[in-house]
Ligand binder design. Structure first.
Ligand code: ACO
Length: 322
C-alpha cells in the first residue's frame, strides 16, 4: 500500500486583544498608511498575560482533533513548531501533551522560525509514510509580542500572536504529495533573536528581541520562495496551472504577491490573513490553511501549495492534495 499523510482536521486560535496600526503609531514614529502600504498589515492579535504558546496550542489542537473526530489516545506523535516556547524545557510539545492528557505518545518541538510549521509537516509526513506513525498532530504556536521590542518601529509593526494546528492520518488516498525543506546558516546576522539568559551573542546583544535587516531579508525571501516553487512543481511533474490554492507564510503582502505572480495565480487563489493577523511566525501557514478550510474555500481534492521562509535562513514547501 502506498501510504499518504492526509489532513483529517484543522484548528486555529487567535488571542482576543487586537492591536491596530493606529495603536502602534501612538508609541513609535510610524503611521497606518506606511505600515499598510509596505506590509499589508492593519492589525494583529496580542496574547493576554496568562496565555502561553502551549495554552494557545491546546485550543488550536483541540479544534483540529474535534474536526477529525479523533480519539486522543490514537495520536502517536505531537510536533510543535515554536520560537517562543513556554520554557526552555520541557518542550512545548510535552506541555501540550500534558494539557491534552495523552499518555502514550511522543512529543517534541522543532525550531525553524517562520518556516517551523512546514518543517514540522515534513517530519510528520516522513513518520507516516514510513509506517512508523498513524496519526500525527502538528501545531505552530507563537507569542511573538513577547520577543518584539515595542520601541523598534522596523520590527514591532510586523508580528502577532496565535496558533494553528493540523491532524494528519495515514491514508491510501492522496494527501501530502511532497515536502521540501532547506536551511542556510550563513544569514544569521540578517535575522535573529538572542537568548539572553543563556549567552551573550557575538554582537554583544543582550536583549531577547527580534533583530532584522528587513530590506535584505525581503530580497532573499522573494528569490528563495521563487526557487522553492520551481523545486516543488518539478518534483511532482506538475504545471503551475494545476495548483488551486497558495497558502503562504504571512510576512509581507509584497513577498506573497511576488510568489503568486511567479505561479501566474490571481490573488483570489491566495489565502491572505496578514491584514488582520500580521506575521505569526510558525503559526501563520497553519492559521491561514485552517481559515480557508473552515470557510469552504479549500475543498477536498484540490491542490494546495504551502510555503514559508524565515530566520536561519530556513525555507520550505508542502504540496497537499486536500
Ligand atoms: N514606519 C515608518 N518608517 C519606517 C518604518 C515604520 N514602521 N520602519 C522603517 N521605516 C523607514 C526606515 O527607517 C527607512 O527610512 P530611510 O529611507 O530614511 O532610511 C525606510 O522606512 C525604508 O526602510 P526599509 O527597511 O528599506 O523598508 P522596506 O520597504 O524594506 O520595508 C519591511 C520594511 C516591511 C520590514 C520589509 O523589508 C519586510 O517585510 N522584510 C521581510 C520580512 C520577512 O520576511 N522576514 C522573514 C520572516 S520573520 C521570521 O523568521 C521571524
Amino acid at each position: 500500500m502506498t501510504r499518504y499523510s492526509r489532513v483529517i482536521g484543522t484548528g486555529g486560535y487567535l488571542p482576543e486583544e487586537i492591536r491596530t496600526n493606529e495603536h502602534i503609531s501612538n508609541t513609535v514614529d510610524t503611521s497606518d498608511s506606511w505600515i499598510f502600504e509596505r506590509t499589508g498589515i492593519k492589525s494583529r492579535h496580542i496574547a493576554a498575560k496568562h496565555e502561553t504558546a502551549s495554552s494557545m496550542a491546546e485550543i488550536a489542537a483541540r479544534q483540529a482533533i474535534a474536526a477529525a473526530a479523533c480519539d486522543l489516545e490514537d495520536i502517536d506523535i505531537i510536533i510543535v513548531a515554536t520560537g517562543t516556547p513556554d520554557r526552555v524545557y520541557p518542550s512545548t510539545g510535552c506541555l501540550l501533551q500534558q494539557r491534552l492528557g495523552i499518555k502514550n505518545c511522543v512529543a517534541f518541538d522543532i525550531q525553524a522560525a517562520c518556516s517551523g510549521s512546514i518543517f514540522a509537516l515534513s517530519i510528520a509526513d516522513q513518520y507516516i509514510k514510513s509506517g512508523a506513525a498513524k496519526k500525527v498532530l502538528v501545531v505552530g504556536t507563537e507569542i511573538c509580542s513577547r520577543i518584539v521590542d515595542w520601541t523598534d518601529r522596523s520590527t514591532c509593526i510586523l508580528f502577532g500572536d496565535g496558533a494553528g494546528a493540523v491532524l494528519l492520518a495515514v491514508s491510501e488516498e492522496t494527501g501530502i504529495l511532497s515536502t521540501h525543506i532547506h536551511s542556510d546558516g550563513e544569514y544569521e546576522d540578517l535575522l535573529y533573536c538572542p537568548n539572553p539568559q543563556v549567552a551573550t551573542d557575538a554582537n554583544g546583544q543582550q536583549a531577547g528581541y527580534i533583530n532584522m535587516r528587513g530590506n535584505e531579508v525581503f530580497k532573499v525571501a522573494v528569490n528563495t520562495l521563487g526557487r522553492i516553487v520551481d523545486e516543488t512543481l518539478e518534483a511532482n511533474n506538475m504545471d503551475k496551472s494545476e495548483i488551486d490554492w497558495l497558502v503562504p507564510h504571512q510576512a509581507n503582502i509584497r513577498i506573497i504577491a511576488a510568489t503568486a505572480k511567479k505561479l501566474k495565480m490571481s490573488m483570489d487563489q491566495v489565502v491572505v490573513t496578514l491584514e488582520t493577523q500580521g506575521n505569526t511566525s510558525s503559526a501563520s501557514v497553519l492559521l491561514a490553511f485552517n481559515e480557508a478550510v473552515r470557510d469552504g474555500r479549500i475543498q477536498r481534492g484540490q491542490v494546495v501549495l504551502l510555503e514559508a521562509f524565515g530566520a536561519g535562513f530556513t525555507w520550505g514547501s508542502a504540496l497537499i492534495r486536500y
